[in-house]
Design a protein around this ligand. Sequence first.
Ligand code: BGC
Length: 753
Amino acid sequence: MKTRKLLASALAGSMVLFAGIAPAQAQAQQAEANETAQARPWMDTSLSPDRRAALLLAEMTFDEKIAMLHGPMAMPFGPFTLPEGAIGSAGYIPGNPRLGIPALQETDASLGITNPMLVRGADDMSTPLPSGLALAATFNPEIAYAGGVMIATEARAKGLNVLLAGGMNLARDPRNGRNFEYLGEDPLLAGVLGGESVRGIQSTGMVSTVKHYAVNDQEHNRMTVDSVIGEADMRESDLLAFQIGIERGDPGSVMCAYNMINGVYGCQNDHLLNQVLKGDWGYRGWVMSDWGAVEALEAATNGLEQQSGEQLDQKIWFDQPLREAVANGSIPQSRVDDMALRILRGMFAHGLFDNPPERGAPIDFAAHAAVAQREAEEGIVLLKNEGGILPLAASGARIAVIGGHAEAGVASGGGSSQVTAPYRESSMVPLRSLPIGGEGMMAAWYNVLFHPSPPLAAIRERAGEDKVAFDTGAYPGDAARIAGEADLAIVFVYQPSSEGADAPDMSLPFGQDALIAAVAAAQPNTIVVLQTGNPVEMPWEQDVKGIVESWYSGAKGGEAIARILFGEVNPSGRLPISWPVDASQLPRPEIPGWGTPEGTPTRVDYTIEGSDVGYRWYAREGTQPRYAFGYGLSYTDFDHGAVRVSGGNAPSAAVTVTNSGDRAGQDVVQFYLTGKPGNDSIRRLVGFEKVSLAPGESREVTVRIDPRILAEWDEAAHGWHIAAGDYRIGVGTDAVTITDDAILSLRNRRFGP
Ligand code: BGC
């Protein structure tokens, strides 16, 4: 049995290796491979990943181990060329033909498979998912899983085997340029969805990361910023998201971040890497650095296993300097073994040896676009619907569509996550990509690329070609004239967002506020469709009847937006991030270090809000954001009954939800902790579930409450503590609007990290 498995996996591996070689030569090489397989006991799939990794490690020379611990970028960039053997994407760690260790072909992946600098050619298409905030707004773990499977399937067909996905930094500031890649401001929501996405990815036989560990919550001065935060605050917020995500997703790798945390860089942070991640959480995978995030050799002893994008660092620390340190005894050989072992174990555990990617396998783009479309449809949030202006009836009304490049596609975010050769139904469709300009290393990535799913075409399809007029919105006066001639106007606006830069404020750029104001003045029936990476100020909120947040909506965004507008889909997205009135409501009205040149040492004081990120902060301050976390309208109504709770060591909450309207729809049932001993202003999401209900239908929803969310981190005792007393659990339509609550009485309880 054992031998059969051994041969089967050796054969599977060699098929790939010898594809495309002449038959006689292939046969000879095949026979040789079979022999080699006998000598490769680690290819026995009946052994545990630990055993297999240990067997392989025992055969490796010191040089071979070192070779696994660092690697270059896998794209032509500035003076660097594509490394030999790399397929081309974000990073590359060469394989080892002597021992049959596959190369790590690493690609960015949060929102789809990237093709940086079009390294794999302009025709290498991928399906862009909607932004991370759109995913988070679905509140639907199944959608996260399905998206993970989809992008991993595309990666495999391109020969790539490590996905740099799983971004789950918390949205502490609605100006953060990377919030669009992440999953909002709540640790439970981010952890569950991030974990499910990773689980989906790895179910196909790939490694995924989670990133960027940790408290990497500001882009401005990201290489020199110090995130200052207390231990308990961090455990109850940013770290809790990672902890939940890692438990659910079991990622092969964790990517450490650029920033410092309490004065120590993320990739050499002994506390976060050795003590919390590997110690308290028992993490068995490997830590890879972000690209250019390794500042010193001490990273090796402080918990980093792999130096990625090594050309971007001052030195290739994990080559010569590491060799010398081992030679002079300052770093033990056993640490190098542990580093290589963790990488190998992750590769075995997640199928990199047994289930190699099939480069060139066909991709079912239409099916994948449907995955992206469903995510967009469930993530779009209806923010305002005065007088039930939406859904639009196919009534023959004349519609003016204005602005936002709606004739070209839907906006996307810039940076390493951007799917630069996106899915297009016809290669004849030109891609519109607007460079935002700017300087510095990331400038090449500052773009708004419009994925070619034009909302205008999708609206015309539904309303009739001759009923829909379009204006680019370049001149507000002209747009107002066209709006005035129609029965209603839909204004599309967008906000660029990119890795490497925060927005200076919360305004919509390019004069779009003035455009909306001009259109609204000319047309009382105005609907605004936002395409943003973050919440924005809305000086025109009272002047328009409808507001739809479509985020960055991906491969089929235009179709999804039109289906929401025309009521073919009932909106069910809920805000995964609080929507402030303006920046004065934030813990830090000014972005720390704003106005200083990139690279200026900058301190961000997260002790201000501590673990009270987003809605928790508003509850503590007693202020009201414009729209609360969890908010979102539907075309039907949902009633929630009385909350029922049950306690003990496995607390839970239940409620009956009824669709009391006349349309089928989906509700996100949300439970919050709204009071606990000594704290009446606390607010924490303790559970959520998305349910589909026909008109008149009722369903009982029960959620298990993660005790960590009820607890506080006790630093002295190094564990969680639930103080005895009454815990109030409410059900709400958002974090502010609680419709009923019940008391959960808990005993004093302590449990481990
Ligand atoms: C980003 C990472 C990304 C890496 C590789 C870095 O700039 O911070 O998220 O995975 O580049 O492209």
